[in-house]
Structure formats: C-alpha cells, structure tokens
Write a new protein. Structure first.
Length: 134
C-alpha cells in the first residue's frame, strides 16, 4: 500500500508542478467564467467551481505534504551520512531533527557561540571562513 501511494503521490505531484497543469487549470477557470452568462451566474454555476477547487485543494494538501515528508527524510538521511563519513564532524548531530525546537535552538546557539566573539555574535573571522568555503 505504501509503495502504491508513494508512486501515485509522486507522479501526481510531479504532474501538478508542470506548466501544462497550470495552463489547464487556468483554461478550466476561463471556460467556467465564460459560461457564467449562459447559466445566468446561478448558484449552481458558482457551486461547480467552489466544489471543484475545494476538492482539488483538499487532496493536493495531502499529496504535497507526503512529498515534502519524503524529501525531508531523504535529505536528513543524506546529511546524517555526511556527518558519519566526515572525521571532524560532530556525530552527536545525527538525528537531531527528532529533538524539540528548544533543544535545536540551544544547539544552534552553542554553535554560533563556538564561532562567535564570546558574546553570542558571530565573529568576522568565522563569517569570513564560511564565505571562503563557497
């Protein structure tokens, strides 16, 4: 079930992100707007676009969230592998995405202090080192 959903969600997300999908959606809205006078701008005419967009939006939220969750997990796994493979990296950072926001903020503050001027501000030397790495 997971593989089927992942395949379908990935395919739909990829298709929805293409320019042709936007053009088709725009064309559908234009056809709906042009048909307004034909249907006398009735409540049913309005309900058609409202219902259609609500259903599509509702379903796309889940597909986009699924894609983002997969991408985020893959990036975290890759970063963890880099931390594991680099000798000078602090391996205790592997898996920190599972910590609370407060714990992560504390780690960030400590890292900034380690590279800073002693008062929590990044030093010019630390910033220069980061810029030369580009």
């Amino acid at each position: 079930m997971n593989r089927v959903f992942t395949a379908i969600a990935g395919r739909i997300a990829a298709l929805a992100g293409r320019p042709v999908a936007f053009i088709l959606a725009l064309a559908l809205v234009v056809v709906w707007a042009v048909s307004g006078p034909i249907f006398g701008f009735s409540e049913v005419w309005q309900l058609v676009i409202n219902t259609g967009t609500t259903i599509v939006t509702f379903l796309m939220v889940f597909l986009v969230q699924n894609s983002q969750n997969r991408d985020s997990a893959a990036i975290q796994a890759k970063l963890d592998e880099l931390l594991r493979a680099v000798d000078q990296a602090r391996q205790q950072f592997i898996g920190i995405e599972h910590m609370t926001d407060k714990e992560i903020d504390d780690i960030r503050a400590q890292l900034e202090a380690d590279c800073g001027d002693g008062e929590g501000r990044p030093s010019h030397e630390a910033i220069a080192r980061l810029q030369t790495r580009r």
